[in-house]
Design a protein around this ligand. Structure first.
Ligand SMILES: Nc1ncnc2c1ncn2[C@@H]1O[C@H](COP(=O)(O)OP(=O)(O)OP(=O)(O)O)[C@@H](O)[C@H]1O
Ligand SMILES: O=P(O)(O)OC[C@H]1O[C@H](OP(=O)(O)OP(=O)(O)O)[C@H](O)[C@@H]1O
Ligand SMILES: [Mg+2]
Length: 286
C-alpha cells in the first residue's frame, strides 16, 4: 500500500516493549489483538508487522517492511543493504568476549588458535581479522554463555548488559567489541509518499527524544541574585523571569539538559535559589 508505512518490530523480546512505547509516545495508536502478527494504527498511516528480530533487516532490505526497529548488533551482523536512519536510545548493550573467570588473560592475542562460541559470527570475525587473530568461530543460536563450561569453546562472544549472566556462568568479560542500542532501519528505495510519512514519524520521534533529554526547571530567587542564577542556567533561550507576590523575589523558569542536571542544581542552591521544581517534559519542538 503506497499510502501506508509498514514497520517491522520485534514480536516478543528485549526490544518489543520499548519499541511500542516509543510508537505510543509519538501519539500513534496500534490496534492489535493479542497474538496477531499484523496490526494497523487508527490515527496514523502505519501498518505493523510483529517478527523475530533476526528477520527484520532482511525484510526491510527486500521491501516487505519499509522500516524496522532492531538492535544495532543485529543490523550489523545481518549486513543487509538498508539505510540506518536513527539511533533510538533504548536496549543499550555491548558485544563482548568472555572467558572462564579463572583463566589468565593478557590481551587479545590470547585468542590466537582458540575457539569461540557466538551468535554473531560476522561481527566477531571482523574483530578477529582487524586484530590479526586466527581463531575458530562456533556459531550457536542461544545460551552462548554455557559453551566454555561444557567444553564447546574456550571463550564466547555475546551480549552483555549488567554482566550478571556472565557472572552466574563463571565467566569474565575481557574485551568489549561492539556497542549497541536499538536503531531504526529503512528500505533504500521508499516511494515519495512513504518517505513523507517516515519524515512525519521521525519529527515526532525527535520531539519525544529531545523532551526526554531535557527538564523544565522552576525556582525562586531573591532579585539581587537573579543575574548570577541566570548565568548558571544554560537554557535553550533566555529564561523567563516573573515577579512573585512576595516583594523582592522572582520566579525563574527554563529548560536544562538532563546530563548537566545535578551539577546545575548544586550551583543554583549555592547561588541562593529556593523552591526548585524540576518537571519532566512530554514533547519538545525546537
Ligand atoms: N540484556 C540486555 N540488555 C539490553 N539489551 C539487550 C539485552 N539482551 C539483548 N538486548 C538487545 O535486544 C535485542 C533483542 O534481544 P532478544 O534477547 O529479545 O533477542 P532474541 O532472543 O534474538 O529474540 P527473537 O525471538 O526476536 O529472535 C538484542 O539483539 C540486543 O540488541
Ligand atoms: O549482562 P546481562 O544483564 O545478564 O544481559 C545479557 C544477557 O541478556 C540477553 O539474554 P536474555 O536475558 O534476553 O535471554 P535470551 O537468552 O532469551 O535472549 C543476552 O543474550 C545475554 O545472555
Ligand atoms: Mg533473534
Amino acid at each position: 500500500m503506497e499510502n501506508t508505512l509498514r514497520i517491522a518490530v520485534q514480536k516478543k523480546g528485549r526490544l518489543s516493549d520499548d519499541s511500542l512505547k516509543l510508537i505510543k509516545e509519538c501519539g500513534i495508536k496500534v490496534n492489535n489483538g493479542t497474538g496477531k502478527l499484523k496490526a494497523t494504527a487508527s490515527n496514523f498511516p502505519m501498518e505493523f508487522l510483529f517478527l523475530r528480530d533476526d528477520d527484520i533487516p532482511g525484510y526491510v532490505q527486500d521491501g516487505i517492511a519499509d522500516i524496522g526497529i532492531v538492535g544495532a548488533n543485529e543490523a550489523e551482523e545481518k549486513d543487509k543493504d538498508v539505510d540506518w536512519i536513527k539511533k533510538l536510545g533504548f536496549s543499550k548493550c555491548r558485544l563482548s568476549l568472555a572467558i572462564d573467570k579463572n583463566e589468565p588473560y593478557n590481551g587479545v592475542q590470547d585468542f590466537q588458535g582458540k575457539s569461540l562460541a557466538t551468535s554473531y559470527p560476522k561481527i566477531l570475525g571482523d574483530f578477529l581479522k582487524a586484530n590479526s587473530i586466527d581463531a575458530e568461530i562456533h556459531e550457536i543460536s542461544g545460551s552462548v554463555e554455557i559453551a566454555p563450561s561444557i567444553g564447546l569453546a574456550y571463550g564466547i562472544c555475546d551480549i552483555v548488559s549488567s554482566g550478571s549472566t556472565l557472572m552466574s556462568n563463571g565467566l569474565k568479560e575481557v574485551e568489549e567489541i561492539y556497542q549497541s542500542e536499538a536503531v531504526m532501519l529503512a528500505n533504500k528505495s521508499l516511494s515519495a509518499e512513504k518517505q513523507e510519512i517516515l519524515n512525519r514519524l521521525l519529527f515526532r520521534i525527535d520531539s519525544v527524544q529531545t523532551a526526554k533529554n531535557n527538564k523544565y526547571i522552576l525556582l525562586n530567587s531573591p532579585n539581587e541574585k537573579i543575574d548570577e542564577i541566570i548565568s548558571i542556567l544554560p537554557g535553550i533561550k533566555s529564561p523567563t523571569v516573573l515577579p512573585l507576590a512576595m516583594e523582592g523575589w522572582s520566579s525563574v523558569h527554563t529548560v536544562i539538559r538532563e546530563d548537566d542536571f545535578w551539577q546545575i542544581i548544586e550551583d543554583l542552591k549555592k547561588a541562593g535559589a529556593e523552591g526548585i521544581l524540576v518537571v519532566p517534559i512530554e514533547k519538545m519542538i525546537l
